[in-house]
Design a protein around this ligand. Sequence first.
Ligand code: PLP
Length: 414
Amino acid sequence: MTTRNPVERLAEVRHEFGEHGGVNMSVEASTTFTVMKPGTMPELFAGRKAAPEGCYLYGRHFNPTVYQLGRQLAAIEATEAAYCAASGMAAISATILQLCNSGDHVVASNTVYGGTYALLHDFLPSKANINTTFVDATDLAAVEASITDKTRVIYAESIANPTLRVADIPRLSDLAHANDVQLVIDNTFSPLLLSPGSLGADVVVHSMTKFINGASDIIAGVVCGSTEFVQGLMDLHQGPLMMLGPTMDPTIAAKISLRIPHLALRVAEHARRAETFAGRLHELGVPVSYPGLPTHPDYDLMQKLRCEEYGFGGILTLDLGSERRANDLMDALQNKYGFGFMAVSLGYFDTLMSCPGSSTSSEMTDEDLSSAGISEGLVRMSVGYTGTVEQRWQQLESALTNIGAIRESHNEFT
Ligand code: PLP
């Protein structure tokens, strides 16, 4: 399967010039927008006209700067439209609420970000009577068996946080559509390298807090889908973004749009380094998981689905066997060798490390952690691109030796 390079699609989005011809687009700060004729206002409120053809109306509804960033994300994700939100969780919760009513059902992958798990497992059942069955999304028979006449959504992450299992998006899409269900994919871990929209997903969501923004200084999200779906998010009576109001500030949209042009360079470099480290760790016998290693269970699938230029992603995991050893490694890497930071999140230019079992996946029950294969010694590493590859590799190898995980004389994992 060959998918078109998303960067080519992005380059086809018309560039917005600033008000005075600046090469950056202007930041539209207005919270309200004029109509030129009094008759337009009632048409907007009756839903007969929509932005941008009608009028942007009001900042919680649409804002031109936020709208332009959405157009870029729609191009990257090969969807008709997209709109940005204040966070990845805002994008995810708005999507589920748009697709499901009280009494409806979701089939979700059993390995999703802890916040998404809590939304589906705890929040939505009690607040909205929307219930979820969690299944191994790589087991298509199990996914199919979980679909009921109430199911409206199949939900998965393209590369799962933190197990790095890869969703077979084309087959999940076939399954979803055969059952009149929508496929929603969270593509936070794999912008550019996977394009779920062109592989059959109906809705693609991102936490733009991660790779897309890339500087760990902004919380943001986006929902990408059909024009009808995206417009529906702003419906004056039923649109979850309009009703709940997790609006993106236009200055944030302008900042992120300045980082989109180098997303491809960043994603490729994160991936190049993660692949190098994963290969070397594997050679040392360290239990490492990375979708670009031929030993990864989804390596062949990844080869089939990905856009080659952007590698296999910037995240790898190591299983140190126990939480104590995982903590020893992260402590040494941060405090002795300066390799990276012990911090949640990912997609930053420096390396970020965390133990998902006791942090970003700690919302999960012990049973669900164990069935998803998230062990207590698992370290998730978002590989950064500061320093040189050899300098960083030396730090990583020294830290593993320092905590006794590899023996200096044998250079092998113990
Ligand atoms: N989706 C994934 C895969 C994530 O890892 C995260 C956060 O870590 C989110 C969504 C939530 O994003 P945000 O923190 O921007 O709300």
